[in-house]
Design a protein around this ligand. Structure first.
Ligand code: CTP
Ligand code: CA
Length: 214
């Protein structure tokens, strides 16, 4: 299969020296990219800034902002058999980013933010993607309910839910615990290394893709 994977955080500039971002390490997306490549698939990794090395044998498109990620995905998605959106995309970006550094003045400041495009949510509706579509849902409460909502809204074949409020797993960790949410059922995957979980996820997505093709 040809598989597109998004990973990492995005950085939304406030001015030339500052940005808004989040705590995604990119580890889950990179582990998935490596696992797909090891299983013999062609991988295109579209990634925001991380400290990770790009796994061998993978096509790599580095991006910074959500808009850049949206554009890169839009350019490549049409020729993919499957896509897994593991990136922690910033939901909002500063409404303006002046060319010069913002100087401090006054005791408080307000930053206006505007919504970024939903990349996963655009895959079917705007990019007309017909391959196997997988998203993540990072939640701090009501994991199954929120993940299922995203599955339906974004027209995915699978949402991989993780509870980011649990200590020791998730964002910056090498470990994770997942809830696989399919249209007709859910399945909990106990805590394990992201590396092991990735191989399991590759098998799940291979089956989904085979079923989709019929
Ligand atoms: N996603 C995306 N583009 C965005 C926001 C999210 O592609 N602008 C993708 C993520 O990569 C993930 C899925 O959508 O696969 C769910 O991301 P999440 O942040 O959990 O959901 P949101 O739809 O942004 O909802 P909220 O943050 O309000 O829970
Ligand atoms: Ca979000």
């Amino acid at each position: 299969m040809k598989v597109l994977i998004t990973a990492g955080p995005t950085r939304e500039p406030l001015d030339p020296v500052r940005y808004l971002s989040n705590r995604s390490s990119g580890k889950m997306g990179y582990a998935l990219a490596a696992a797909f490549a090891e299983a013999g698939h062609h991988v295109l990794l579209v990634s925001g800034p991380t400290d990770l090395d790009v796994p061998p044998g993978i096509d790599f498109v580095p991006v910074e902002t959500a808009l850049e990620m949206f554009e890169a995905v839009g350019r490549h998605l049409f020729r993919m058999d499957a896509a897994v959106f593991a990136a922690a995309v910033a939901d909002y970006r500063p409404a303006s980013a002046p060319d010069q550094k913002i100087k401090k003045s006054g005791e408080s400041m307000t930053i206006e933010l505007i919504r970024n495009p939903d990349i996963l949510g655009s895959a079917r509706s705007k990019m007309n993607f017909t391959g196997t579509l997988v998203g993540f849902a990072a939640e701090t409460e009501n994991l199954e309910e929120h993940a299922r909502g995203k599955l339906v809204r974004k027209q995915c074949d699978l949402i991989i839910g993780n509870d980011v409020s649990k200590p020791g797993i998730g964002f910056e960790s090498d470990r994770n615990e997942l809830l696989l949410v399919y249209p007709n059922h859910s399945e909990a995957i106990p805590e394990d290394e992201k590396h092991h979980l990735s191989h399991r996820l590759v098998r799940e997505i291979e089956v989904l893709a085979a079923t989709r093709k019929g």
